[in-house]
Design a protein around this ligand. Structure first.
Ligand SMILES: *Cc1c(COP(=O)(O)O)cnc(C)c1O
Length: 367
């Protein structure tokens, strides 16, 4: 599915130098590279602040904590996403309210979002699934009208750009109050372990997240809030500053691979290639087909037999997971999420895919 060894081989000298410097300095926690990377990332994304932390899940946690919500306050998100999105809402004692995704974009259906708002709704948490942004202009308009916070789960979409109707262009994670991203090794910008960050243009929210990530500390050994310990390691920050310089090329490589897949599979019966919206670029964290449910698992096996890995993101929507039964949702509540979980099939997608590999893969899909 990915080729992290091949990617490392191309930038080995730069990475080894950066890692070697950290090892020589031995400033493993909060070393200067962490601040440097935070500034690099904020500049890249066009955000005022980047608050680095231990992983993308913690970035979502910090974001929700910084909004200072009350137990039972409602946060609207989608059931067709990675579990973290819902998990952080639940773990903070907030009430997750789910709305279905659109079957074409896999992202939040804004009409259903509007229907789901109640007097207790405090925040909207859209996910930019598979690397393409949700309809942020409409989501932000709804949020402004109803006075709600917006937290973007941009863990799969760092580098994606949305064009608003006034022509302005905005990066994933910089449109809402806070945008969260992950540096899990397979993400668009991956480190060599775990890492995450929250982007914001608000000085207050950035300060709150920095404090919460550092045990709720105001000054050394004085604590204003109950916090957590969530840090990006110096080594990971050093790796990320190097890889960030290549992120634009990495995204272009994914987009080139996607174009070849699109062309080769355009008229392939029984297979629907990923939809592209007019408003967002697609960074192809995943290249995800829709296959008729009765054929999906056969195709998967057939590809495995030809040496081609595939993945199903995600096989069971979150409202049907055992852990979230207490939310009170049932089968049939979110038909598009449920159908997609039976139809989706992600093909290998990474920065090192060659046209020959894509030709082989698509020939096998067409068999
Ligand atoms: C990866 C991911 C996360 C969590 O990131 P971690 O760094 O693994 O904690 C959250 N949401 C989505 C949509 C993700 O893909």
């Amino acid at each position: 599915m990915v080729d992290l060894q091949g990617q490392y081989a191309h930038i080995k000298e730069e990475i080894d130098a950066a890692v070697g410097k950290v090892l020589a300095e031995a400033h493993y926690i909060n070393g200067p590279e962490v601040q440097v990377f935070a500034e690099d990332l904020a500049r890249y994304a066009g955000a005022r602040h980047a608050v680095t932390c231990a992983n993308g899940t913690d970035a979502l946690h910090l974001a929700l904590r910084a909004l200072d919500l009350r137990p039972g306050d409602e946060v609207i998100t989608v059931p067709f996403t990675f579990v973290s999105t819902l998990e952080v809402i639940a773990i903070l004692g907030l009430k997750p309210v789910l709305v279905d995704v659109r079957p074409d974009t896999f992202n939040m259906d804004v009409d259903q979002l509007v229907q789901a708002i109640t007097p207790r709704t405090k925040a909207i948490l859209p996910v930019h699934l598979f690397g393409q942004c949700a309809d942020m202009e409409r989501i932000l308009a709804v949020a402004r009208h109803r006075n709600l916070f917006v937290i973007e789960d941009a863990c799969q979409a760092l580098g994606a750009e949305v064009t608003f109707s006034d022509g302005s262009v905005h990066q994933a994670g910089t449109m809402g109050d806070i945008g969260c991203t992950s540096f899990f090794p397979t993400k668009n910008l991956g480190c060599f372990g775990d890492g995450g960050a929250a982007l914001t243009n608000s000085d207050e929210l950035a300060a709150a997240m920095r404090s919460i990530a550092s045990h709720g500390m105001s000054q050394k050994y004085y604590y204003d809030h109950i916090g957590i310990n969530s840090r990006l390691d110096t080594l990971q920050a050093a790796v990320l500053s190097v890889k960030l310089r290549h992120l634009t090329d990495y995204i272009h490589a994914r987009q080139r691979a996607a174009r070849l897949y699109d062309e080769a599979l355009a008229d392939c019966p029984g297979v629907v290639t990923p939809a592209k919206t007019s408003y967002s670029t697609h960074t192809y964290h995943q290249y995800t087909l829709r296959v008729a449910p009765e054929h999906r698992d056969n195709l998967r096996q057939q590809l495995a037999g030809a040496g081609i890995p595939t993945m199903v993101y995600y096989p069971l929507p979150l409202h049907l997971q055992a852990a979230y039964r207490n939310l009170g949702y049932h089968e049939g509540d979110f038909p598009f999420s449920e159908t997609l979980s039976k139809e989706v099939l992600s093909l290998p997608m990474h920065t090192e895919l060659t046209p020959d590999q894509i030709q082989y893969i698509t020939e096998q899909v067409r068999v």
